[in-house]
Design a protein around this ligand. Structure first.
Ligand code: ZN
Length: 245
């Protein structure tokens, strides 16, 4: 059955002599891997549309339970080549793409995640040097996928989190003194950083470029968010391995 949607290329991996496996974040099917026949040959009908970041209208064919549907058409809506060619920006963007690959289940529609990626790329196109965009993307992505770190209350007993500044990565939360074990390690956040994080959540992507904050607020929040993401990614990985037949 032929299906159509729009998608952003997250990754393209060589397969065999001239084929590719392309991973998309799509509007209607969530994370989707498709098989593209011979795109690496000269004069391929896919042209440059399978490069990472390319936003295209695509069509693919495959049975409902087929592992890899086959890509039959891909027409570029936006190539985002400026972002791809700027090495500095592309490093930050790669982290964003990696998040979708690692955290989203395949073929499960997630329009919010798709929209967030597309809207962020459009913003980055006019200013990809603003580090806040990358951080904001991560925070929103965690929110959409239900993996937000917890700063409002103790992760164990639920007591009000005011006045607590220690974030425990293995709990994905701050904790109160009563609940913390002796040997549990934490990341300390300053009062200002916690306030900055909470205020970030109130901004929307369209005006995030108006946020002004000291560099160390940014780097403290970045540190906590990145540690949190790395911890979850690690546990997701072991989870999927332990479920393998
Ligand atoms: Zn507690």
């Amino acid at each position: 059955m032929l299906k159509r949607t729009e998608g952003i290329v997250l990754k393209s991996s060589p397969f065999g002599e001239a084929d590719l496996i392309v991973t998309y974040l799509t509007r209607d099917y969530g994370l989707l891997k498709v098989f593209a026949k011979s795109p690496r040959k000269i004069k391929s009908r896919f042209g440059s549309s399978l490069e990472p970041l390319t936003y295209s209208r695509i069509a693919f064919i495959g049975k409902e339970d087929a592992n890899l549907p086959r890509l039959t058409q891909s027409d570029i809506i936006k190539a985002f080549h400026l972002l791809r060619d700027d090495l500095k920006c592309f490093l930050g963007i790669s982290e964003m793409l990696e998040l979708s690959i690692r955290f989203l289940p395949e073929k499960e529609p997630n329009f919010k995640a798709f929209k967030l990626l597309l809207d962020t790329l459009l913003r980055l196109e006019s200013d990809c040097s603003n580090k806040l965009y990358y951080l904001y993307y991560k925070i929103r992505f965690l929110e959409i996928t239900g993996y937000s770190p917890r700063f409002d209350a103790c992760g164990r007993c639920g007591a009000n989190g005011n006045g607590h500044h220690h974030f425990y990565v293995s709990h994905g939360s701050i904790m109160c003194e009563r609940c913390v074990g002796d040997r549990e390690s934490s990341i300390r956040m300053t009062d200002g950083t916690l306030k900055f994080y909470k205020s970030l959540l109130k901004w929307s992507l369209s005006n995030i470029n108006r946020v002004r904050a000291p560099e160390y607020f940014l780097s403290e929040v970045n540190n906590v968010i990145n540690s949190h993401i790395a911890y979850i990614a690690g546990s997701l990985k072991s989870f999927s391995f332990s479920n393998m037949p």
